[in-house]
Each structure stands twice: as structure tokens, then as C-alpha cells.
Design a protein around this ligand. Sequence first.
Ligand SMILES: Nc1nc2c(ncn2[C@@H]2O[C@H](COP(=O)(O)OP(=O)(O)OP(=O)(O)O)[C@@H](O)[C@H]2O)c(=O)[nH]1
Ligand SMILES: [Mg+2]
Ligand SMILES: [Zn+2]
Length: 322
Amino acid sequence: MNIGQKGQISSSNQKTDLPTFRRQLPQTGIVVRRTKSFYYVDVGDVEPRLCRIRGNLFQGNSHKYKIAVGDEVEIDLTAAEDAGWILRMLPRRTQLSRRPSIGVPEQVLVSNADTLLVVASLRSPPFRGGLVDRLLVASSCGGLEPVLILSKADLATSDEITPINSLYSSLGYTVLVTSVPESRGLEFLRVLLQNQTSVLSGHSGVGKSSLIKGLFPDWGIRIGRVSGKSGKGRHTTRMTEMFRLPVGGFIVDTPGIRELEPLVTPEDLDSHFVEFIPYLGQCRFKSCAHLHEPQCAIKEAVASKKISEQRYKSYCTLYKSL
Ligand SMILES: Nc1nc2c(ncn2[C@@H]2O[C@H](COP(=O)(O)OP(=O)(O)OP(=O)(O)O)[C@@H](O)[C@H]2O)c(=O)[nH]1
Ligand SMILES: [Mg+2]
Ligand SMILES: [Zn+2]
């Protein structure tokens, strides 16, 4: 090939060189990882392709929170030498997002996932229902199918596991009890992951990355220790990253989160607590928030133990934080 310094083809063999320079149609891929300026896009090859975003893609708005891991994008790999360009983001099917707060716009953590794996350890760190319930609300808001994983079962007694398992199973959620050292629940998890896009989410140190490592020991995923003093994780996983599974589908590992405010209005929150739904519309006041109002059907259901106190508490805390 006879290419001049600025990339022009010399006239002598223009014909034979032309196909290399023919513009290919944009192709689509999935964002599997992102840094401040770059997006890694899986197009089905061994390695994801490095891409940048076109400056005017979001018309002057900061793109910082706009394209997330899991987004399907149209890219042009022919235009630039070091990295391709993201030309367009395709419509999302589902999204796991957190509400905007002061100075931070709405943040989509992962898009287009089918399943949200809500991981909560029974011990070390201890079980915390608050985040579990927030994640269940977030999955309901964003269109993901939730699965509750009660991890580190080897550290807990069945007396500790059974009540939590029974509560969430009775609400209709799929609950999976796992232990990586005992290989407990891992086969079920492998089947669950097949041909799906699943997201692991939960506090730091609950064992999200360990579940991936337990299933696929050859993967170079980093596992952290839990601090002996505080019983908290050490935020080992630093960025949200999507991996192609050998069984088909993808899994997304996320950094541990402390809190999550789902993208929901306070007025709509009650409809995302599944066990509240049969009682909605039966309170004395139409706009009942189920906190301090008299003749509230939800509070009556809590008093008669038809709704668990723990879940009602989660609702109240979350309502007030919204
Ligand atoms: N006993 C026991 N320990 C586990 C189990 N799963 C994970 N661990 C331990 O828990 C610690 C934290 O595990 P990670 O997999 O790094 O936790 P993570 O949820 O990915 O944490 P972040 O990346 O910080 O969000 C490590 O010391 C693991 O060895 C389990 O099933 N049983
Ligand atoms: Mg991790
Ligand atoms: Zn009410």
C-alpha cells in the first residue's frame, strides 16, 4: 500500500487500496466499562474496543452520567486511530438508577440488565434490611427482576437464616442462600445467570465479587478482606464492570454501596412495596403517606402482623429520605 504522509492514497494503486478506506456502516456494541473519558465497548471480539464520545452527542450537557455500563451504543471504529467514536445511544430497556441529589444529576448505574442480584451477607458485615429493601424498590422502578442472595451462610446458623429467607420468600421474591467456601447455592446461581444480564449489588464486603470468583475461578477478579474492627468491607471493587459469561449472558460487578435512593417519588413509594398493594386505596385519606395519619390501612396491617414491622420501618425511613 502506498500512503502519503497525510494518509492520502497515491493515484497509482488507488483502485486496489480503496476497499480499506471504504466507510463501514456504524456497528453496535455494549458499554462494559467506563472511565472519565473513555468507554470500553464489547462488539463480540475478545477485547472490548476503546471509544470516546462525540462532543455534541448530548448537546452541550455533561455526558458524565448519561452513558452507563450496559448501554447499547452505535459506534464508528473507522474514523479515529486510537479510539472509536460513540455516535448514538440506543433506547434503554431497563435501568438501575439513583435519584438526583444536590449537585449530582440522576445517575444510571447500569442499564439493560434483566436481573438485579441483591446481595446481603448474614454476618460480617451483618444483615441490613434497609439497603435490601431500597434495592428491591430500585429494581421495581427500573424494570429488573430481583433475586435476593443471602451470602456467607457458613458464618450463620439456620436460626438466623430462616426468618429472613421466609420473610422475603413469602413476599414472592426468589431467595438464594449461598456460601462460597461450601459451594452452596452456586450451581443454582450459574443456571440463573445463563443467557441473562445480571447485576450484583449490595454493601461492600458482602461477597459480590467472590460469587463470580466461586463460579469462574480462573477470572482475575479482586476480592477484598472485611475489616476486623468495623466489620465493614474495604471497597475492593472500584468500578462497575460487565463481563461476558462462558454460559452465555453477562454479569455486572459493582462497587459496594452505602446507600441508594431509588428514582421514585414519595407518593409512588408504597406501590413498590409488594405487600402494601392489596391495602392501597383503603386508608381514610386519599393521599395517606402511611406515617402518622389516622385510620391507615397499612398501619392496621402492620399492627395485625400482616405486614412485617421491619419492612414497614424500611418504608418509613425511605419515605422520609425522599
Ligand atoms: N465465610 C465466607 N466469606 C466470604 C464468602 N464470600 C465472600 N467472603 C469473604 O468476604 C470478603 C469480601 O468479599 P468480596 O467478594 O471482595 O466482597 P464484595 O462484595 O465484592 O466487596 P466490594 O468489592 O468492596 O464491594 C472476602 O474476605 C471474602 O473471602 C462466603 O460465602 N463465606
Ligand atoms: Mg467486589
Ligand atoms: Zn395509609
